[in-house]
Design a protein around this ligand. Structure first.
Ligand SMILES: Nc1ncnc2c1ncn2[C@@H]1O[C@H](COP(=O)(O)OP(=O)(O)OP(=O)(O)O)[C@@H](O)[C@H]1O
Ligand SMILES: Nc1ncnc2c1ncn2[C@@H]1O[C@H](COP(=O)(O)OP(=O)(O)OP(=O)(O)O)[C@@H](O)[C@H]1O
Ligand SMILES: [Mg+2]
Ligand SMILES: [Mg+2]
Lengths: 471, 471
């Protein structure tokens, strides 16, 4: 006889934490640093603050040959977390400020909480969070554990300080098991690849071996922050439609509903759509919801799905790296002989706008062997360092007809591919690889081919000069 | 200013349903059929019932060129769902009878509910579930919708019938959007690959085009069902340890705790362990939990982690396909000229026992071109048909030194790889590909190499015969 059980979200993700990147001690250490660092970057960039982030990782106790207990301290100068939301944001799974339609690194409402939970289950130590919001007169400090069964924080201590220096930001301080020697390279690469595309960020990392990694900002100019947007008619399903209808003023007409609640639907398009759907624009939401025609909402939904006269989602709500910034970042970090950047026109999938930015670089400090193709992947400005074999960008590079193009063979060639969107099609909550969505695949391939044409021209010019020199 | 929100598990998986395989209409249709079919197979096999499963998929309404609304009806003769658990099992996310330490297809408590939810959000239609448990006098029928916000079922209708024929099993009947033409081949392959390793199952599939696919059983003999087991000392963390301590009788001694609550820990090993850990075996759990030595539980945990004198997890609780059954199934479905099966000795990772069973076949109806390597993957008896590029088995095949072996080049060679475990290391909740855990990778590679040695001998024999014939 089967015995049934219900799990809370924290119990579920705790049991299945390998889905979120918490597999072995070295990978878990990497994922913890990554998730907390991404929270810090979001807290700064989404609010127009040039990021100042300090990460200190100290070895506290050896457990075995390679595994130790570490203390991870991370501080940012971001927007902070309001006092009433601290315990939710970092003590509860599925509690987030990123559940809106806006580009950000965070998306699932899991990462930071998972890192802290991993620390707790491997060390039995409480977690300390200190935070002050912009212009706040107080600094709040919570010491807590996570009650996994009930998905909530269990407060051990709380302090409130006067915010004399008008500091704003967040400090997270906790212990976790890890294996630093096996993942040191990855952690430093992660920070370096972030610095490559975020030259406005100042990042300091002090590692357990006492090494000091400092990525100095080269500009205070931030790219424009992303904006929240409304759903696109092709980005909804019946449940979302019903929710939008129920949350609107019931005296609102369908025409008003379409023009107010959807992304880029103006009067003219709304009227054309209503004619196509054969639904009267003056009908109110109240009438729609109480109609005896049970199929009316479904007809409205099918029509929204099928009508092809809507404007494509606009990309001006996105926050790409930018052609110049991308180029300068690659030049600063890798000092290549040749670099080229392509920014594809914006596109969309399932109502979500996205932009592909890609770069190719050769020479200088590009890592790799002669003729090797090296791939650097980014999604919503997050460097993706694992699971390359499962990623759509790798698949595209592997399937290209390389014989149609030329590249220098005395050193490696690096490709940098960045996708930004209101929803990056990650294949797992660990956010390390991207699904092959046809629209996204198409844009990546077009970008890479354009870069390869430029690289072919460059390679031929270099070849000609060499032959000229020989003669 | 950030706006914070908490999502219920159903809201989270609904928003991120592509993580669970609900991406586009064709893939979603496949995943829905797969998830419900796997529930049916578990309900039969876990209770020693030879499965009789009927699947009817009917097209109800065309929406566009390729996308239609379908009605999916699936019936099994399994153990049924007790009346008080029907709405939880299929109306709530994270409600499951598979959250125990036992091999089964189900593992996350999501799949069936997600399929029904996908149907609801694409058609706005309620779901019907009919079920009767073994020897039950009543048959219960619920018609419900899923309240996504609150993660619970919203009952529309309930009926209770007298179970005159003493039927047992479950019927699920609901509508969903899909694209059958694009995924027909995959659905039929999925059922065929299941039949290959489950010759005791009788499967009937009637598709929207009126085609009748019938996989007749060739035996009523089931493999022994898997058993539930206790945690292994290397399969726990501090939270699990604390939970096990709190749930035990507090007057129990630590010696009794070790021998009663852990997998394969007898008196002798427990005493040796306690000596290693320098913890007195007569100490009671009450004393351990109230000790002023705050570090004692952590010391116990570290010692459990590091002590290497524990017996490896036993595989007799697993339910592999079996060497003979695997061979017979491949012969029946593919009629190959050559087939060989290897069953690796059981191994374990992180305290979870696992067995790798692998087969190679050539000739007959093996699909593919000359010299092509075809891979059929299975995990806990589930055929994995997508995301091969991300799977550990594919990676191993790709990295083999093929030049060291011989295989016939006039047709394809198929490899079948099955991994069964109390916890299959799936990389995503969509259960289509497996992570590269070192212990698992090693066993797969050893199995494949052994198969390749056999195939090499066979290929040379065939070559010799051909040359003899020529002379
Ligand atoms: N350093 C920080 N500064 C400000 N707010 C933060 C910080 N760290 C976390 N938060 C808040 O806590 C919330 C939850 O963080 P968490 O990392 O668990 O999830 P997320 O970032 O929303 O999504 P994801 O799982 O994709 O990371 C965030 O949405 C954010 O509002
Ligand atoms: N056909 C069935 N017969 C008997 N029990 C069933 C059936 N379908 C579902 N159940 C019960 O409902 C529970 C939930 O099913 P669901 O598919 O949502 O999750 P799961 O099978 O436990 O895990 P997974 O997400 O990995 O499939 C199962 O654990 C099982 O107890
Ligand atoms: Mg986060
Ligand atoms: Mg299931």
């Amino acid at each position: 006889v089967e015995s049934y059980k219900e799990l809370s979200p924290s119990e579920f993700f705790y049991r299945n934490r390998e889905l979120a990147g918490f597999t072995n001690p070295s990978r878990s250490l990497y994922t913890a640093v990554r998730e907390l660092f991404e929270n810090a970057m979001d807290a700064c960039e989404l609010h127009g603050i040039p990021p100042d982030i300090l990460i200190i990782l100290r070895e506290i106790q050896k457990i075995s040959n390679e595994v130790s207990i570490y203390r991870l301290y991370i501080r940012d100068n971001g927007s902070g977390i309001p006092e009433e939301h601290i315990l939710g944001a970092l003590g509860k799974m599925l509690y987030s400020s990123k559940y809106i339609l806006r580009q950000s690194r965070g998306t699932f409402g899991l990462g930071g909480t998972m890192a802290l939970l991993y620390g707790q289950i491997t060390t039995n130590q409480p977690i300390k969070v200190v935070s002050a919001t912009l212009r706040s007169r107080k600094v709040h400090q919570y010491t807590f554990s996570i009650d996994i069964r009930n998905n909530r924080a269990d407060v051990k201590d709380f302090k409130r300080f006067r915010n004399k220096e008008r500091w704003h930001g967040t400090i997270i301080d906790f212990m976790l098991e890890g294996n630093y020697s096996r993942v040191r390279t990855k952690i430093v690469e992660y920070l370096k690849y972030t610095a490559t595309i975020a030259p406005y960020a100042e990042i300091t990392f002090i590692d357990p071996e006492g090494r000091f990694f400092y990525f100095k900002r080269t500009t205070t100019k931030l790219p424009k922050p992303p904006k929240e947007t409304k759903p696109h008619p092709h980005g909804i399903d019946i449940e979302i439609l019903k929710k939008m209808l129920y949350e609107s003023d019931e005296d609102m007409t369908l025409l008003e509903f379409l023009t107010n609640k959807f992304h880029r639907v103006g009067n003219r398009i709304a009227k054309k759509f209503l004619a196509y759907a054969r639904i009267p624009g003056e009908m109110t939401i109240k009438e729609l919801l109480r109609t005896s025609d049970r199929k009316l909402i479904e007809r409205l939904y099918r029509a929204l799905q099928n009508y092809d006269g809507f404007l494509a989602p606009s990309a001006n709500i996105l926050s790409p790296i930018g052609k110049e910034a991308f180029k300068e970042g690659i030049i600063k970090e890798f000092e290549p002989k040749y670099v080229d950047v392509v920014v594809r026109p914006s596109s969309s999938y399932k109502g979500h706008p996205f932009i592909v930015e890609a770069a190719v670089a050769y020479g200088g400090k590009i890592p790799g062997g002669p003729g090797e193709i090296v791939l650097f992947r980014y999604a919503n400005k997050i460097p993706l360092l694992y699971d390359e074999g499962s990623d759509v960008s790798k698949k595209i590079l592997s399937n290209l007809s390389w014989s149609s193009y030329r590249r220098p063979m005395d050193g490696p060639t690096a490709f940098f591919i960045h996708i930004c969107s209101t929803k990056v099609p990650f294949k797992s909550v660990g956010k390390e690889f991207i699904a092959d969505i046809p629209e996204v695949e198409k844009e990546i391939e077009l970008a890479v081919r354009e870069l390869l044409r430029g690289l072919t021209r460059y390679t031929r010019q270099v070849q000609k000069k060499k032959e000229a020199v020989k003669r």
